[in-house]
Design a protein around this ligand. Structure first.
Ligand SMILES: [Fe+2]
Ligand SMILES: [Fe+2]
Length: 402
C-alpha cells in the first residue's frame, strides 16, 4: 500500500509511540503523525489529507466520539478508527454513527494493521475518489419502515423479548449490517465474534438496544423509493432466502457449524451494495438497470459500465469498513464471480454463490437485479459440479414458499 497517511490523536502519545514503532517495523511505507490534542489535529487536517485517523475515545479536551463527528463531517473519505478501553462501552456506542470501527486497548499492531488495510485494499477497486468518500460517510442503510414500527411496538410492550427483537432485525439487511458493525466494535472485549442478530441483541441488552433504536438516529426509518423492480423489500426478501439457502448448502456439504452460521449471515448481507446504490447512487443504478434490460446483460456488468463499480464492490467496501468478518466481506465481493477470489475453497463464498445463483434462476423478479447463474468452472474446481441437482432440490421448498 503506497504512502498511507495515518494520523493518531491521543492525549497520552507514549503508548501510541510503541505501537508506531512496531507498525514501522512491519516495513510498510506509512507516513505516521501523532498529535496529542484533538483541536490541533483538526487544524492539521485542514492542511493535509490523511487516509486513516485513529483516536483515543477518552480524551479530556474533546472526547473521541465528538472528534470523530467533526472528522466525519469535514473529511468523510477518511477511515475512522477508535481505540477504547472496555469500560468505555457507552462512549463507544455514542461514536458508532461516526467511526467505522472500534478496537480495544491495548491494541496489537496486527489488529490495527488489519483494520486499516482491509478496507483500503478494497477501496482501490472503487477507482473513484468521490464514490469511496460517499460510501465512507454512510451512517445507516435503508430499512423497511415496517421493521422500525415492529421494533417500536415490541419495545413499548409490557414485556419486550430479546428474541422477538432479534427476529425482527434479522428480516432487515440494513439493520442487521449496522447492528453487527456496532457489536463487533462495542463489545470488543469479547473473544468470540458476533455473527447473529440474536447474539448481538442479547449482548447489548434491552436498554441499549432501546436507546439505539429510539434516540441514536442510526436505526431511524430510512426508506427509499423503488427503482423499477428494485426496492428495499425485494432486496431483503432475496437476501433472507439466500442466507437460509446458503446455510442449508453448507450443512449439506457438512461444513463446520461456524461456517454454516457465517453462510447464513453472508447470504443475508451479500447484496448490501444494492441498498447503498438504491439510497446513494440512484441515477447510475437506474441507468444500469435500463441497460441490463435492454441489452439482456447481468446487472453487475451494466453497473460497472455505468458507474465504474458494481454492487459487489460497493457492498464489500462498506462491510470491510464497518469491520465485518472476512468471510462475509469476501462473499459480498465475489458472489457473482467467485473465481476472482483466488484459490477456490468449499466454504462461505461457495455456498453464497450457489444459493444466489439458484434463487436468481428460479425467481423472475430478481432476474434483472442479479447476474448470470453458476460459474461452472468454479464448481468443477470444487468438485461440486455433479451436485447441482441436489442443490436445486434443496432450494425448491424455499422457492415455492414465496
Ligand atoms: Fe448480487
Ligand atoms: Fe443476490
Amino acid at each position: 500500500m503506497d504512502n498511507l497517511r495515518i494520523l493518531f490523536v491521543d492525549e497520552n502519545p507514549q503508548q501510541i509511540k510503541d505501537l508506531v514503532l512496531t507498525l514501522n517495523a512491519l516495513g510498510n511505507p506509512w507516513e505516521i503523525q501523532i498529535i496529542d490534542s484533538p483541536t490541533t489535529a483538526l487544524k492539521a487536517m485542514r492542511g493535509r489529507s490523511f487516509d486513516v485517523v485513529i483516536t483515543d475515545i477518552g480524551m479530556r479536551e474533546m472526547n473521541g466520539a465528538e472528534f470523530m463527528r467533526h472528522v466525519h463531517r469535514s473529511y468523510p473519505g477518511t477511515v475512522r478508527l477508535i481505540l477504547s478501553d472496555v469500560e468505555d462501552k457507552d462512549a463507544v456506542l455514542a461514536s458508532v454513527g461516526y467511526a467505522h470501527q472500534c478496537l480495544s486497548k491495548p491494541c496489537t499492531p496486527g489488529a490495527l494493521w488489519t483494520a486499516m488495510t482491509r478496507s483500503l485494499r478494497l477501496r482501490k477497486t472503487l477507482d473513484s475518489n468521490l464514490m469511496h468518500r460517499q460510501i465512507s460517510q454512510i451512517r445507516s442503510l435503508p430499512t423497511l419502515p415496517q421493521t422500525y414500527y415492529d421494533l417500536i411496538d415490541i419495545l413499548q410492550s409490557k414485556d419486550p423479548s430479546i428474541k422477538d427483537i432479534a427476529d425482527v432485525i434479522q428480516t432487515d439487511v440494513g439493520m442487521t449490517a449496522k447492528l453487527l458493525q456496532i457489536l463487533n466494535s462495542a463489545f470488543y472485549g469479547l473473544t468470540t465474534r458476533i455473527n447473529t442478530p440474536l447474539q448481538a441483541v442479547s449482548l447489548l441488552g434491552l436498554d441499549k438496544i432501546n436507546a439505539l433504536i429510539t434516540t441514536s438516529g442510526i436505526f431511524l426509518q430510512f426508506d427509499v423509493p423503488s427503482i423499477k423492480e428494485l426496492n428495499v423489500e425485494g432486496i431483503c426478501n432475496h437476501s433472507i432466502q439466500t442466507g437460509h439457502y446458503a446455510r442449508l448448502i453448507a450443512r449439506m456439504l457438512e461444513l463446520e457449524p461456524t461456517v454454516c452460521e457465517d453462510a447464513l449471515l453472508a447470504g443475508m448481507l451479500h447484496d448490501v451494495g444494492k441498498l447503498v446504490e438504491l439510497a446513494y447512487f440512484r441515477p447510475g443504478l437506474k441507468e444500469a438497470i435500463n441497460s441490463a434490460r435492454m441489452d439482456m446483460k447481468p446487472l453487475y456488468l451494466t453497473e460497472r459500465e455505468q458507474m465504474g463499480v458494481n454492487h459487489s464492490q460497493v457492498g464489500a467496501y462498506l462491510l470491510a469498513l464497518w469491520g465485518l468478518p472476512d468471510p462475509i466481506v469476501e462473499a459480498a465481493a465475489y458472489h457473482h464471480e467467485p473465481t476472482r477470489a483466488g484459490e477456490p475453497e468449499v466454504g462461505v463464498l461457495a455456498c453464497v454463490h450457489i444459493a444466489n445463483a439458484m434463487l436468481r434462476d428460479s425467481n423472475a423478479s430478481t432476474l434483472v437485479c442479479e447476474g448470470v447463474g453458476l460459474e461452472r468452472n468454479y464448481l468443477e474446481e470444487l468438485n461440486l459440479i455433479d451436485r447441482i441437482d441436489q442443490f436445486k432440490e434443496l432450494c425448491a421448498p424455499l422457492i415455492t414458499e414465496r
